[in-house]
Design a protein around this ligand. Structure first.
Ligand SMILES: [Zn+2]
Length: 408
């Protein structure tokens, strides 16, 4: 079978790696940051702007899109790529995390979860099989297996049972995904015209015109327990996915526990598959995760913090609402090549935020995403030059934001 991931460089002083992941809609250089497009949009940014800042992949939230606008609308437009006019790679999450955190849960059995959505209260049911169907209909390049992300803190017995359920779920996702791919493969030989109303259209999205199939990543759980992390990793790896995610991290645990959870799982992950640390983190945390062998990241911080006036910089975050910036003619960050820094001053952006002008949050969002993407690009260069470890230590030492705990 064709290899989707190529490991290019491994750092000698840490577990950092550079790789290249090939998907139906393009190549992703790792380490990679994935901006989050919760509602089919990376908030306040157009796909053109994402391309200009060299975002190679974005994340779509299955639950949100399933609830609104709903699959019928997205299928009508020929899948999520066409609907939002982003032609690069998309990773869709399974929707499980939002079902557990946002929806009103009605019934959980081994078959699946029945819930009422948080928008209009309509009831829906999600099983491992239809989590795969929904993601095939969205047509993302990478789908995620359904898992249960346990809250923090979590009792050992509950975490153990939950990790086992996640494994059973992952097995069913793998099987259902294989069936979808084989049906798509079968229909490709016999169908020439693409009809948006054809009942197999959603499944055809699982393999786009380039012929590359949708990849499926498994998710490791196990909460803060080293033995559970190991068992979960081995069980999920045995199922042979295209890549592996570490879930249940960045759920409110202290940073040392988060690092330990990743360190407990990493030795059992195959070297020749991409590793995705879910839902993190601050810039120093991303570098620490890269040093621990992780390749892919997604985080709401750059877009969420932008909306309250917080910008990322090498020295830590800046709250542009602060009075100290009122007369500041400097850009958010010196030498930053983003649109906001090339064209506008801190003082002006502060004014926009204080006046609640939309442009203010747009400019900070552009800067913050650029900062995260640029950090990954810099990490790749440093890994390739064999200087990643010095770079990481210097960056972490320089980054002064108090609420971002630094490691080592
Ligand atoms: Zn900037």
């Amino acid at each position: 079978m064709q290899k989707n991931f190529e490991l290019l460089t491994t750092d000698r002083h840490s577990k950092a790696r550079c790789g290249r992941l090939t998907t139906a809609h393009g190549v992703i250089d790792t380490p990679a940051f994935m901006p989050i497009g919760t509602q089919g949009t990376v908030k306040a940014v157009t796909p053109r702007e994402l391309r200009e800042m060299n975002a190679q992949i974005i994340l779509g939230n299955t639950y949100h899109l399933f609830v609104r606008p709903g699959l019928d609308v997205i299928k009508h437009f020929g899948g999520l790529h066409n609907f939002m006019n982003w032609n690069g790679p998309i990773l869709t999450d399974s929707g499980g995390y939002q079902i557990f955190s946002l929806a009103n849960l009605c019934k959980i059995t081994d078959d699946g979860v029945e819930f009422q959505n948080h928008i209009d209260g309509a009831r829906a049911f999600i099983s491992p099989e239809n989590a795969m169907e929904i993601q095939a209909a969205l047509g993302g390049d990478i789908a995620m297996a359904l898992d249960e992300c346990v809250p923090y803190p979590c009792e050992y017995d509950y975490a153990a049972q939950s990790a086992e359920m996640t494994t059973r779920c992952a097995k069913r996702c793998k099987e259902a995904h294989a069936v979808i791919l084989s049906e798509v493969e079968g229909s490709r030989g016999t169908t020439s015209a693409v009809s948006q109303r054809d009942s197999s259209t959603s499944r055809r999205s699982a393999r786009n015109d380039s012929g590359a199939r949708q990849l499926l990543f498994g998710i490791v759980q196990g909460a803060a327990f080293e033995d559970l992390r190991k068992q979960s990793t081995q069980a999920i790896v045995d199922l042979d996915f295209d890549g592996y995610a570490i879930g249940g991290v960045s759920v409110g645990e202290p940073e040392e526990e988060m690092m330990r959870a990743v360190e407990s799982a990493e030795p059992f992950l195959p070297r020749d598959k991409p590793r995705y640390a879910m839902g993190l983190g601050t810039p120093p945390q991303l570098l620490e995760m890269i040093a621990r062998g992780m390749d892919m990241f997604d985080c709401v911080l750059p877009t969420r913090l932008a909306r309250n006036g917080t910008a990322f910089a090498a020295a830590g975050t800046l709250n542009l609402k602060n009075a100290e910036f009122a007369l500041d003619k400097n850009p958010i960050e010196e030498n930053c090549t983003c649109q906001a820094c090339r064209e506008f001053s801190r003082g002006y952006i502060r004014h926009l935020i204080k006046a609640e002008e939309i442009l203010g949050l747009r400019l900070i969002t552009l800067h913050n995403l650029h900062f995260y993407l640029n950090l990954m690009s810099r990490a790749r260069t440093e890994i390739e030059s064999g200087t990643f470890d010095q770079f990481r230590k210097a960056f972490v030492a320089e980054y002064k934001t108090r609420d971002a705990i630094t490691v080592e």
